[in-house]
Ligand binder design. Structure first.
Ligand SMILES: [Zn+2]
Length: 236
């Protein structure tokens, strides 16, 4: 290492001391007790749904009649160009893993206010296809699940479900073909000790096809399993 390399590396080390973290919402310097978002952005700019107070909320409605489930909720509204869109983009495409942990904690704080997690004995993040996970280097839903575990103390079971393929377009298939295809999108590690009531966790709810597939695969493997669902965002 040359002297100039040494000085450069010293400078890079010191920059962490002199450049404090900035709010992902407004770019203001975060206070030592703040992370990812300043208090103002957390309270006023993250459009929370408060669905955990409403059993028949929009997230639950999207699964009604499709799968058997206990409870369902989403933390916040996902709108194009909104703060949540920005946070999830940074989490998924810019390697900002701390955002996943942070959002998982925010969701968990809401769930802890009510009896949402009563009886739930495992948190299951929706797995990515192994190829996609290798490209990204991590599964954003696992980070969200880990943030939830930090608050709720419910273990993550990340190896119970594996992704076989992407949930492809289903429009040209019959209902029976669709069900078959969807159940096969995920594989359940059936040698595993099955939880009694799982909380399926994903980043954003759109059509719900992926979560529906995962729920169907779990129910097929363990007919008496109870399933609840929680996502960070709900798209319109
Ligand atoms: Zn802010």
């Amino acid at each position: 290492m040359t002297l100039s390399d040494n000085i450069k590396s010293l400078g890079e080390g010191l920059s962490h001391l002199f450049y404090p973290s900035l709010c992902e919402g407004c770019n203001k310097t975060l206070l030592p007790e703040e992370e990812i978002l300043c208090l103002n952005c957390n309270v006023y700019n993250l459009p929370r749904t408060a669905y955990h107070h409403i059993p028949e909320n929009e997230t639950a409605m999207r699964f009604t009649g499709r799968i058997r489930f206990e409870r369902a909720t989403s933390l916040a509204y996902f709108t194009p160009d909104g703060l949540l869109q920005h946070l999830l983009h940074e989490l998924k495409y810019n390697n900002k893993k701390a955002i996943g942990i942070y959002l998982g904690k925010q969701l968990a704080y809401d769930l802890a206010q009510v009896n949402f997690t009563e009886g739930i004995d495992a948190i299951i993040p929706i797995p990515l296809h192994p190829k996609k996970e290798a490209e990204r280097g991590y599964n954003q839903s696992l980070l969200i699940a880990e943030g939830m575990t930090d608050v709720l103390g419910i273990p993550v079971r990340e190896r119970l479900l594996t992704r076989r393929r992407h949930t492809e377009s289903q429009t040209k298939k019959t209902r029976a073909e669709r069900l078959e295809n969807m159940q096969e999108a995920f594989a359940v590690n059936e040698g595993a000790n099955m939880p009694k009531h799982v909380l399926l966790v994903d980043d954003v709810l759109t059509t719900g096809a992926t979560l529906e597939s995962a729920a169907l695969a779990l129910s097929k493997a363990a007919p008496s399993i109870k399933i609840s669902i929680a996502t960070i965002g709900i798209a319109g």
